[in-house]
Structure formats: structure tokens, C-alpha cells
Design a protein around this ligand. Sequence first.
Ligand SMILES: *[C@@H]1O[C@H](CO)[C@@H](O)[C@H](O)[C@H]1NC(C)=O
Ligand SMILES: *[C@@H]1O[C@H](CO)[C@@H](O)[C@H](O)[C@H]1NC(C)=O
Ligand SMILES: *[C@@H]1O[C@H](CO)[C@@H](O)[C@H](O)[C@H]1NC(C)=O
Ligand SMILES: *[C@@H]1O[C@H](CO)[C@@H](O)[C@H](O)[C@H]1NC(C)=O
Ligand SMILES: *[C@@H]1O[C@H](CO)[C@@H](O)[C@H](O)[C@H]1NC(C)=O
Ligand SMILES: *[C@@H]1O[C@H](CO)[C@@H](O)[C@H](O)[C@H]1NC(C)=O
Ligand SMILES: [Zn+2]
Length: 368
Amino acid sequence: MRNTAKLLWLLMIFSDIVPFSCEKSMRERAIELMQDARLIDGHNDFVLQLRILYQNRLSRVNLRELNRTHTNLVKLQAGYVGAQFWSVYVLCSAQNKDAVRLTLEQIDVVKRMCNSYEELELVMTSQGISDSRRIACLIGIEGGHSIDSSLATLRMYYDLGVRYMTLTHSCNTPCCRINLSVYIYQLNGFLSGNLIMTLLSVHLHSSAFSVCNHSRNVPDDILQQLVSDTGIIMVTFNADVLACGRKVVNISTLADHFDHIKEIAGSESIGIGGDYDGVERFPEGLQDVSKYPSLIEELLRRGWNETELKGVLRENFLRVFREVENKDEGGEEGRRLDETEAFPTVTSTNASAETSRLLASYCFYLQG
Ligand SMILES: *[C@@H]1O[C@H](CO)[C@@H](O)[C@H](O)[C@H]1NC(C)=O
Ligand SMILES: *[C@@H]1O[C@H](CO)[C@@H](O)[C@H](O)[C@H]1NC(C)=O
Ligand SMILES: *[C@@H]1O[C@H](CO)[C@@H](O)[C@H](O)[C@H]1NC(C)=O
Ligand SMILES: *[C@@H]1O[C@H](CO)[C@@H](O)[C@H](O)[C@H]1NC(C)=O
Ligand SMILES: *[C@@H]1O[C@H](CO)[C@@H](O)[C@H](O)[C@H]1NC(C)=O
Ligand SMILES: *[C@@H]1O[C@H](CO)[C@@H](O)[C@H](O)[C@H]1NC(C)=O
Ligand SMILES: [Zn+2]
């Protein structure tokens, strides 16, 4: 009897301790993993906040401990972010007006920011990301309105270091009310693939349509195509896109999207594009850029292994980026447009979800 009592007592102690110590080691495993494979995040709108809050005057603000945004340098480090695509986004109201100047000003502020803080370093290549011991800064344009229908402008953005451009955002952009397939074909020819994501399916800051049927999310058939295209979906943390009206949106909601996409397309097709400072609402427990380890912890708990998670954090994106860079060198795709050829202004189709879906199979389908 006494032994049984002892055993029960021990069991009771263990039933308390075991889940606790298990949880702790999950956290530790997540941190170790991220130290080894620091996150490459595909989308952050912090520099839009710099314009809104500080008119891009960096001297007025300490980016290390700024608190009015989801992002600051201390939090990026705490979140084990190794590379960040800073989105240079200008509001739709700038379309057909000063969108190009505003975009240039946003590129300028990224460059000044990344050159003036020792925690940061501007890079333009996959090798640059791999070599960087700091937080590597890259630039992406959000929304075709930034090029003002001018391929020459796009080419100059590339020279300035821009490495992706999403085609559509919420603006009704002339550049996207064209036959997208023509557009994409010409882009491929024009840039020979050197603007990132051409020829490859890349979905930036979207999630799974089956889990939440938000128009920005990606349906299963397109997810499946990511496998043959060796493309990538960089999952957003935007609570509204994840939630579909659910009251509680937390790490589990986000992890459900990850589980679903893994089931359909495999973990190799997944990356992260948090969208911090681009929207207001994030899942509980993921309020700012320091919280990425909590997601990794949850995915470990759900049985994701370390290889899969290193892929999600870093390797999958690097694979896609390298592939784009190699295509660039090959330069085989499409007709090369190296003169000032006018941007196509056909309006026979528009960037409806259907059009985009059809085209997603072969490239550059990015929906903001
Ligand atoms: C940011 O918030 C932290 C914690 O709430 C506080 O200690 C710090 O002083 C704040 N920094 C700034 C610049 O407001
Ligand atoms: C769009 O362009 C492609 C390539 O030229 C063509 O095959 C397709 O029929 C066009 N679609 C429409 C709706 O015009
Ligand atoms: C999402 O599902 C709801 C309920 O089934 C439906 O009313 C809504 O139209 C759907 N939205 C989209 C974009 O399919
Ligand atoms: C998220 O919320 C759901 C529903 O309230 C709950 O069952 C789940 O445990 C929560 N997950 C986390 C990680 O807090
Ligand atoms: C991790 O999971 C993948 C399948 O997604 C599997 O191929 C691989 O062998 C696993 N690695 C380890 C170390 O268990
Ligand atoms: C845009 O696409 C929608 C859905 O395919 C279609 O109903 C609409 O007529 C199109 N608009 C234009 C201007 O082509
Ligand atoms: Zn954005």
C-alpha cells in the first residue's frame, strides 16, 4: 500500500512537472533552431510607418527601441530575424500622381536606415543574405502602381536594389488591369527573370483559402502547383486574413494554416511574410516581430521536424531566390525588351482572382 501511495505521489508530481518541462524544452528547441537558421521574413511595412509617423526623418527617432510600431531593432533581434524584406509601399492615392517619387523616397529611407545602424546591412543577393551576420535588409515593392506603367522605371528600381515587386494591391492599378500573362511574359523577357519571383510561383503575405476563404488567400489547387514550380508561399500573420470572423485568433489559428499548407504542398513550399506594421491586428501572442519563436515552438509541438522548420525559416526562400538569380544569368525566357518599349495598356482582362489563378502556374503571381 505504501509503495502504491508513493507511486501515486510520484505520478502526481510528474503530471505537474512533465508538461511544464516539456514546454520549456520546446521553447529552448525553438530558440536553438532559430539561432541556427535565422528567419528571412518576406514582408514588413515598417518604412511606411516611418513616413506616416516621422516623415522619414530618421534623426527624430531611435529605431532600436521605438514603441509605436510592431517593429524595432531590439525586437527584430529578439525574434531571430536574419533578413528582412522591407516593403516600399505607397498609398493608392499616389497612383497616377507622385507614386514614383514616393517610392524612391521609401527606397531612400530603407537605404539610410540600413546604412546608419550597425545592426543592419543592405544586401541584394542570396549570397548577401547567407554571408550577413547582421540583419540583412532587402527591398520589395508592393503594388504595380509604383512603376507608373513604365518598364524603364522598374528597371531603375532593380538597379537601386529592389528585388521583388508584387503586381496587385488593393488599388485598381492600370498596370494590373492588363492581360497579366502578357505582362508577365514581357517582364520575364525584359528582366530575364532577375526581378525576384518571376517564373516562379510566389505568394507573398497570403495564407490558406481552405482554412479561411479570404480573397487574399491561396486555394488548394494553386498551393499544389507550388510543388511542381518549386515556388513558395510566404504566410502572413495578418489576423483578418487568417481569421474569417473568428473571435479568437491566436497562434493555433496561424499554425492551422501552416499545417494545411504543409499537407497540400509540403513544408518546402512555405516561408514567412509576417506583414508587421502593414496591418493593425495580429494573432494573440504574436503582437510584434519579437514573437516569431512562439510560432516555431507551436509547430514543433505539432510535430514539425527541424529540417522542415529550417526550411520554413530560411532555406526554402533561399532556394527560390537562388533559382531566380540563376535564371537571370541564363536569360533564356521570353523576348528581351531592352528599349523604352511602352508598357502594355491592354485592358481586356483585369487582375481578378480567376485571372491570377490561371497565371499563377507559371510565375509572378503576387497578390498584395
Ligand atoms: C518602450 O517600452 C518599454 C517597455 O514598455 C519602455 O521601457 C521603454 O522606455 C519604451 N521606449 C520608448 C522609446 O518609448
Ligand atoms: C492574354 O495573353 C496571352 C498570351 O499572349 C494569350 O494567350 C491570352 O489569350 C490572352 N488572354 C486574354 C483574355 O486576352
Ligand atoms: C466565404 O465563405 C462564406 C460562408 O461560406 C461566404 O459567404 C463567402 O462568400 C465566402 N467568400 C469567398 C471570398 O469565397
Ligand atoms: C487558441 O484559442 C483556442 C480557442 O479559444 C484555444 O482552444 C487554443 O488553446 C488557443 N491556442 C493557444 C496557443 O493559446
Ligand atoms: C523531417 O520530415 C521530412 C518530411 O517532411 C522528412 O523527409 C525528413 O526525413 C524528416 N527529418 C528528420 C530529421 O526527421
Ligand atoms: C474584371 O474581371 C471580372 C471577373 O472576371 C469581370 O466580371 C469584369 O468584367 C472585368 N472587368 C474588366 C474591366 O475587364
Ligand atoms: Zn504590405
